[in-house]
Design a protein around this ligand. Sequence first.
Ligand SMILES: CC(C)(COP(=O)(O)OP(=O)(O)OC[C@H]1O[C@@H](n2cnc3c(N)ncnc32)[C@H](O)[C@@H]1OP(=O)(O)O)[C@@H](O)C(=O)NCCC(=O)NCCS
Length: 446
Amino acid sequence: MNLVFPHTFIPWFRAVAPYIHMYRGKTFVVGMAGELVAAGKLNNFVQDLAILHAMGIKLVLVHGFRPQVNEQLAAKGQSSRYHLGTRITDAIALDCAQEAAGQLRFEIEAAFSQALPNTPMANATVRVVSGNFLTARPVGIVDGVDYMHSGVVRRVDAPAIRRAIDIGALVLLSPFGFSPTGEAFNLTMEDVATAAAVALQADKLLFLTEIPGIHEDLGNPESPIDTEMALADARRMLSQLPPPSQPADLAYYLQYCVRACASGVERTHILPFSVDGALLLEVFTHDGIGTMIVDEKLESLHEATADDVGGILQLIEPFERDGTLVKRDRTEIERDIANYTVIEHDGVIFGCAALYPYPEARTGEMAALTVSPHVQSQGDGERLLKRIEQRARAAGLDSIFVLTTRTMHWFIKRGFAQVDPDWLPEARKRKYNWDRRSQVLVKKLA
Ligand SMILES: CC(C)(COP(=O)(O)OP(=O)(O)OC[C@H]1O[C@@H](n2cnc3c(N)ncnc32)[C@H](O)[C@@H]1OP(=O)(O)O)[C@@H](O)C(=O)NCCC(=O)NCCS
């Protein structure tokens, strides 16, 4: 074995371990756009799903088939008709949809059956189960448009799906459902995946889509992807976007994510299938690759006001006493209160952090990051960090830095790197306490 290899492999593998432990036994619903298959990415994607499956994650896969149905229609000399992103399914389109679904199911099952040596599928055994798990009803006539055989999910037989995934099968759902009279309806992958995730109360709903996620600046496709968005913000954004006219419109996926989150699926994700391994990157790395919408009751996270000064003092005082934090008096906190973000629950402040910008150096200091000892290790430190990063980006800063004597590893794990104190902006360097010998850590904001 290459002697250098273990030095990189072992830390890398161990860094992934917390996610493996965390997701074991959890349920993920994955919605895959038909474009993923059309782009020739099915095999790699199936390999990634097989890895999640091997790690004890219970999987429901829902495939889309828009381009495949369009192809079938084109072969029959027919054109595809949509209204507000939903297909209008006449009798010919329904035929095409059935053919496309049959073909795709076949391809997906074939991909899961691969087991060639020296491929990620060697030794993999993923049994795929499909069936009539969905009851549908017609979309009907909306705004004068008759959707004909297009339907929406009426009910998901969650107990039957649960039984299948509990014995280790992967459940594959096609966007088809049947009415109690036995009539078939063409559904959308997004509706099916959302309904299944809600019915199963899945831990995650992940969409593999044509869009890369949600850009921080919606008007600028060059701006970074917002890796985490609170449900409240997603709702606000959705209300400001025009109604989607095609799946590539952001509002299209966003509406399903919001619906799932609001109905008890804590985390929903929009990921680009164009990035090889997007699913693994999202699930097993800290920042992920697309946008995750989270219902974490982020309403409790807010910018501080004068009313919060007492609560902040109470929270940080024990850490000042034991030397973890530098002493700040009431006047100082009162003066700088607008720099603080707090986490509050039932009127009690149990987390805070402050951002002190140094615009001349395009950086800012995150100070006084504290989470009450009673509620540590529940991700609140991380939520505060994310909010400070957002505030820093909004202020046009390229990086944030912290000074710490005891919490270095927490920051390094979250993308900070140590630098020499000389790196500090001049104004901050003048206040640096050389006796305290704090380490300086910087995180570049993507
Ligand atoms: C650092 C701190 C804000 C983290 O808050 P939190 O809400 O517990 O953070 P998260 O839930 O996002 O992360 C928790 C993880 O960080 C780890 N962690 C906590 N303190 C750490 C430290 N000093 N060094 C390394 N890791 C640490 C926890 O063990 C936990 O790991 P686990 O999930 O594997 O159990 C909190 O521990 C705190 O208030 N510490 C005292 C004040 C302080 O040191 N502030 C930083 C000043 S520069």
